[in-house]
Design a protein around this ligand. Structure first.
Ligand code: NAP
Length: 309
């Protein structure tokens, strides 16, 4: 039986691992399908405290993993496929095999939201992507017009990053104001290569017949006018959905699927704690994820100590 299993290896999961490893609990981290979490798809992280020049997202996560492993955390590439959580036992199926644990820290993060149109799905990886840092440098995007969809910090970051490769970057947003933080918005407005397209949504990605992206069909939500702009890539950056589907019906969630902690990081099942983006609809920052990861580890440690007594 494991003492502490941590589901997820982003900022929340690895910080929980660091703290529970230092408490001598030899935590087992199951990385999930995206080791290092969403930060590994970011270029430079400029707002993590302690790095005045910024730090590459991948490097930050690699360092955090090493730090946790140094104190005895075990990081395994593996995916939790199903769970049976009750006050008597916490049972997981991991890569086909059973696993029992005394405590579970859920730090499963969030995944990219999709536009939900058929052509988007059909052209995924054929020019439609959800990660500029992963795909932006591909030859198909070089010196070509590119489209970024969204109005938040992610969309701004993607657009700015893509100015290195694209000839022009259209930022398509469904309103006439960005949701992004002021500093990101200012950088976007100041960049000559970025052209915002306001009040518009993508209704179709062209061209499924050619099996590659040649443009997008836009609808202006105010005037109902439609238009087509030519582009070679569509980068969707419209937010995230929490990775909590496995826990539906077992853990309390809000209407968007975020797990609702009871107090601190505890959930409605004893021994199950939650940290990071899968329980945070408001802040969703690397540093807040790390903070709740720390809190979850401390609470798991206290829970185990109380159980022993
Ligand atoms: P977000 O803040 O939720 O923004 C999502 C954007 O996509 C919004 O502008 C939203 O429009 C738009 N949108 C949502 N659904 C849409 C749909 N179906 N069709 C078209 N547009 C849609 O998400 P995010 O940008 O990924 O940021 C998430 C969190 O991470 C935020 O807290 C952000 O500050 C943080 N973050 C920070 C940085 C940084 O500081 N460098 C970088 C990335 C992310 P509306 O505005 O109309 O709702």
């Amino acid at each position: 039986m494991e003492k502490v299993v941590i589901m997820g290896s982003g900022c929340a999961g690895l910080t929980a691992a660091l703290y529970s490893a230092r408490a001598n609990l030899k935590p087992l981290v199951l990385t999930g399908r995206q080791p290092g979490g969403l930060l590994t798809t970011t270029s430079v992280v400029e707002n993590y405290p302690g790095f005045p020049e910024g730090i590459d997202g991948n490097e930050l996560m690699t360092r955090l993993q090493k730090q946790a492993e140094r104190f005895g955390a075990r990081v395994h590439f593996g995916e939790v496929e199903s769970v049976r959580l009750s006050k008597d036992s916490l049972l997981l199926t991991v890569d086909g095999g059973p696993m029992e644990t005394e405590t579970l820290i859920i730090a499963s993060g969030a995944s990219h939201k999709h536009l939900g149109i058929e052509s988007e799905a059909l052209l995924e990886n054929q020019g439609v992507t959800y990660c500029a840092t992963c795909d932006g440098a591909l030859p198909i995007f070089r010196d070509k017009p590119l489209v970024v969809v969204g109005g938040g910090d992610s969309a701004c970051e993607e657009a700015l990053y893509l100015t290195r490769f694209g000839s022009v970057v259209y930022l398509v947003h469904r309103r006439d104001q960005l949701r992004a933080s002021r500093i990101m918005a200012d950088r976007v407005f100041a960049h000559q290569k970025i052209k915002p397209i306001w009040d518009s949504v993508v209704t179709e990605v062209l061209d499924v017949k050619q099996n590659k992206v040649t443009g997008v069909r836009l609808l202006n939500v105010n005037t109902n006018a439609t238009s087509v702009i030519d582009c070679s890539g569509v980068f969707v950056a419209i937010g995230h959905i929490p990775n909590t589907q496995l826990f539906k019906g077992m853990l309390e969630m809000d209407e968007h699927g975020y797990i609702v902690p009871k107090h601190g990081t505890a959930t409605n099942v004893p021994g199950v704690f939650v940290a990071g983006d899968c329980a945070d609809r408001v802040y969703r920052q690397a540093v807040t994820a790390a903070g709740t990861g720390c809190a979850a580890a401390i609470e798991a440690e206290r829970y185990l100590a109380a159980r022993k007594e």
